[in-house]
Design a protein around this ligand. Structure first.
Ligand SMILES: O=C(O)[C@H](O)[C@@H](O)[C@H](O)[C@H](O)COP(=O)(O)O
Length: 267
């Protein structure tokens, strides 16, 4: 029987340098623990403003890049070098600046992108690209135990102004997905419309999930997500089952309207 999820841990920082540095330390600590247990570190990352905020990892001696296995928490269905690609964004801000082996970065299958990106949407091609990404996850995770869902060591997420996270948008039928690991959408309100996303069961089986949010334009959203979880915004539904834990790394501007208690950051 899974236990009830534990309460989110909210850490707020007075400026972006502190946030970026603390986030880097947190990731490195998660990485160390995971390597000690299983000799690898499985991580999923999102797009948006997040990749830039990972630059505290660049040049840090504690990062064992060759042990990282990287997946995307969500990805836009566009060529990998397109300006909208989350992989492209991560490559620009991080992967191109650190010695992470290319084969450890699991992108959507480039051979399937053109058909899946077609207009009008081709449901078979979209199914195929989602299945192929799920297969990559199965290859990485499935033989561990008989777990029904992968257990990521860490998933890094952002939150949109409407409370979406990954490509899980308010009111979307995917919010109640219970069995798929990876799903596609063709109607993302945030462009581009066609995307792949990890589903809630995957996110909520992770050992750790960390949201990263900064700026005054996130203040209302964070207030609703953290103080009014009963409203059920997608970001409020991120509650990993115990012993999993969700963290919020935010700056004071983003946390300005939040009543939820803050925890001083410590490793
Ligand atoms: O591909 C995407 O669009 C993202 O993964 C998305 O879920 C993002 O994390 C949020 O929209 C927050 O984006 P910002 O950090 O840019 O506000």
């Amino acid at each position: 029987m899974p236990h009830a999820p534990s309460a989110p841990v909210l850490c707020s920082f007075s400026n972006s340098d502190e946030l970026v540095e603390s986030l880097a330390q947190f990731i490195i600590k998660s990485q160390k623990e995971s390597i000690q247990k299983r000799n690898k570190f499985t991580i999923a990352v999102s797009g948006g403003s997040l990749p830039k905020q990972l630059n505290g990892l660049i040049g840090k001696p504690g990062v064992k890049w060759d042990k990282w296995q990287v997946f995307y928490a969500d990805e836009r269905i566009v060529p990998l070098d397109h300006e909208d690609s989350n992989h492209g964004l991560c490559d620009t801000h991080l992967w191109s600046k650190v010695p992470v082996p290319k084969e450890n970065i699991h992108t959507i299958d480039p051979a399937l992108i053109e058909a899946a990106a077609a207009d009008p949407p081709d449901e078979d091609a979209l199914e195929e690209i989602a299945d192929s990404y799920e297969q990559q996850l199965i290859r990485e995770f499935a033989n561990k135990d008989s777990a029904r869902f992968p257990i990521f060591d860490l998933i890094l997420l952002g939150v949109g102004p409407d409370g979406h996270t990954c490509s899980l948008f308010p009111g979307h039928p995917l919010l109640s997905e219970e069995s798929r690991w990876v799903a596609y959408i063709t109607d993302s309100p945030k462009p581009p419309p066609k995307r792949l996303t990890l589903t809630f069961p995957v996110i909520n089986h992770a050992a750790r999930v960390a949201f990263v949010a900064s700026g005054a334009n996130k203040a209302d959203t964070l207030h609703t997500v953290l103080d009014k979880p009963e409203e059920g915004l997608p970001a409020s539904r991120v509650r990993p089952i115990t012993p999993g834990q969700v963290y919020w790394f935010v700056d004071d501007a983003a946390a300005a309207k939040v009543e939820y208690p803050k925890t001083p950051f410590k490793l």
